[in-house]
Design a protein around this ligand. Structure first.
Ligand code: ADP
Length: 424
């Protein structure tokens, strides 16, 4: 599933800071009678000095919420298995990278830690973290088990304690080419399990790698979401796991003022938008359209009116999309026009005005309440007031609006765009 992997990569590219959450972590210990350790500082972990230096060089002052519990488990002796779930940006990667680097012995010049990732690009991102974290621990080398890297691989593999790659190539390196002796692996990490199982074949390949590993090898699995299918897979990869979960902050409409504007056509919606443009650009605004075509058209029309807008669209490369989001986050652009699909799963926290140029509907044309909430809702942490304006241009969309209103039991007021006193 390309979309899932792209979304995940996009989140990594735009995530420059830890996501804050006030939710409590949920910890399920394999042995409920053993004491539960949590740490408030990196010093308490007794990391190798080179690694502690690496942690500080990355600007980390204290463990993230998930790291407080995950790190002591991962670094314990004997090492413990772990399944951890929390949204993107909560510190999972940093945690397992520390575990991998802690457990390998750089004097042993052969692979001892494996990490499988769903795509080449995601593997590279994790590789970068390994390199940053291991900056002061340069004896620990890293090699990428990705397609096309075979020949280069042979030489460095004889030396590299850490291998990161995609499941198919990793399996080939263990089984077919025997670059890796699975029996010597001490840590096995499976990252982005939810993205992994969305790709045909990855699940089986991962399980086949896992079966070659010794019993005492530490197994770690991470996922941003946790549906039944992910959970079933996780249990096949990680025997006797400890489990850590961190709920996503719940979104509400409580601090949002919701309006709708009644129009007769796309052009009228555009004119209404121009009327309120001054009012919405006091803050940063995101405008959602149903299709790429509408988004492109709208961005073009707004530019023609002399407004500076950014367009985020599905046909752009992931890197291009990340650059657009970065500029918007930095406030270089005030208005971002995008499609529903393209913006799904991306958090741009500072947006305080959302325009639904088209109301969110699912494939069958039913109101998509979840998307509506995610677009305009706020979490407790970013609980400042917001404004949402819905553009209605047909009886059909009026019906969708009414259903959304009923679903959330929150009134959506009519806005007269010729008289804007209300939203000021
Ligand atoms: P995840 O794997 O859950 O998506 P990451 O490990 O990539 O999360 O962390 C998200 C962001 O937060 C990254 O920019 C990372 O450098 C940073 N980060 C991770 N742990 C900490 C920490 N303890 N303190 C400060 N920043 C951190």
């Amino acid at each position: 599933d390309y979309d899932k992997a792209a979304q995940s990569l996009l989140n990594k590219l735009i995530r420059s800071n830890l996501v804050n959450t006030t939710n409590q972590v949920e910890v399920l210990q394999r042995d409920p009678n053993s004491p539960l350790y949590s740490v408030k500082s990196f010093e308490e972990l007794r990391l190798k000095p080179q690694l502690l230096q690496g942690v500080y060089a990355m600007g980390f002052n204290r463990p993230s919420k998930i790291q407080e519990n995950a790190l002591p488990m991962m670094l314990a002796e004997p090492p413990q298995n772990l399944i951890a779930q929390s949204q993107s940006g909560t510190g999972k990667t940093a945690a397992f990278v520390l575990a991998m680097l802690s457990h390998v012995d750089p004097n042993n010049k052969f692979p001892q830690a494996l990490c499988v990732s769903p795509t080449y690009e995601l593997a590279l991102q994790t590789g970068k973290v390994i390199e940053q974290m291991g900056k002061h621990y340069s004896e620990v080398k890293l090699v990428y088990a990705i397609r096309g890297n075979k020949r280069k691989g042979i030489f460095s593999l004889l030396l590299s304690p850490v291998v990161i790659g995609t499941p198919g190539t990793m399996l080939d390196w263990c089984l077919k080419f025997k670059f890796i002796d699975p029996k010597k692996i001490k840590v096995f990490v499976l990252d982005e399990a939810d993205v992994m199982i969305a790709t045909q074949g990855h699940q089986d390949q991962s399980i086949r790698i896992q079966r070659m590993l010794p019993k005492q090898c530490q197994m770690l699995l991470f996922s941003a979401t946790f549906e039944e299918t992910v959970w079933n897979f996780a249990q096949r990869i990680v025997p006797d796991p400890n489990i850590i979960k961190l709920k996503r902050e719940e979104e509400t409409l409580d601090t949002i003022k919701q309006y709708y504007v009644l129009c007769n056509s796309k052009e009228e919606k555009f004119m209404a938008l121009c009327n309120i443009y001054g009012a919405i650009t006091i803050a940063q605004a995101m405008i959602f359209c149903h299709t790429r075509k509408t988004a492109g058209w709208l961005a073009g029309e707004l530019s023609r009116e002399g407004h500076q807008v950014a367009l985020l669209s599905g046909e752009m490369q992931v890197e291009q999309r990340a650059a657009v989001i970065d500029r918007f986050r930095d406030g270089k652009e005030k208005v971002l026009v995008t499609t529903n699909v393209c913006a799904r799963g991306i958090d741009v926290e500072q947006v305080s005005v959302v325009i639904n140029f088209d109301l969110p509907v699912d494939r069958d044309g039913n109101p998509d309440n979840e998307t509506y909430l995610h677009r305009i809702g706020r979490t407790g942490r970013f609980g400042k007031r917001g404004l949402a304006i819905n553009m209605v241009d047909s009886r059909f969309s009026m019906n969708v609006l009414n259903k959304i209103q009923e679903h959330f039991n929150k009134k959506i007021e009519k806005l007269d765009t010729d008289d804007l006193d209300e939203i000021e």
